[in-house]
Design a protein. Structure first.
Length: 156
């Protein structure tokens, strides 16, 4: 094998490992509608998995510690996803209730997003503990973080 070929391989390997390490949102969206669809889909999945945990904490579903922990783990990961869809220019261009003020006060919006993600992390830990009181309290705090952002940034 020549020196040249070896180094081409090393470059290829480096590119592959860089791509694997890149954040999930590295690819831009082709059009605003795609970004809007993406963030709504992520919120739909998030609501589903958080909803299962909340329903158990509120006795609307039978408590199953393993299912609660699994759903809370999924919610905790999915909570990181929607915000990649709030790209500049996606204030409109699709079916969205996102308030345009999100884009004029992005630091405040990001702080609200971070708060929800932090609470979702604590929810996953609480669900793992198997302690119902901890779970109830974490569901309350997480739901409050969801609601705070809806009150400020989701239009009716
Ligand atoms: C949910 C869900 C939300 C939040 C919010 C809390 O289960 O889908 O968006 O809780 O309603 O107020």
């Amino acid at each position: 094998m020549t020196r040249r070929l070896m180094s081409a391989r090393m470059v290829a390997a480096a590119i592959v490992s860089l791509a694997a390490a890149a954040p999930a949102m590295a690819q831009p969206f082709a059009k605003p509608e795609d970004a809007i669809k993406y963030r709504k889909a992520a919120f739909t999945v998030l609501a589903r998995h958080f909803g299962v945990v909340a329903a158990m904490a509120n006795n609307r579903l039978p408590y199953d510690a393993k299912a609660a922990a699994e759903n809370a783990d999924i919610a905790n990961v999915v909570a990181r996803l929607p915000y990649a869809g709030f790209v500049p220019g996606s204030e409109r261009g699709g079916d969205t209730k996102a308030d345009p003020k999100i884009w004029s006060e992005m630091p405040k919006f990001n702080a609200a997003a971070q708060k929800m993600q932090d609470e979702m992390g604590k929810l996953a830990a609480a669900a793992k503990s198997g302690n119902m009181d901890q779970l109830k309290s974490a569901v309350g705090a997480t739901g409050a973080a969801c609601k705070a952002c809806h009150d400020d940034y989701r239009m009716q």
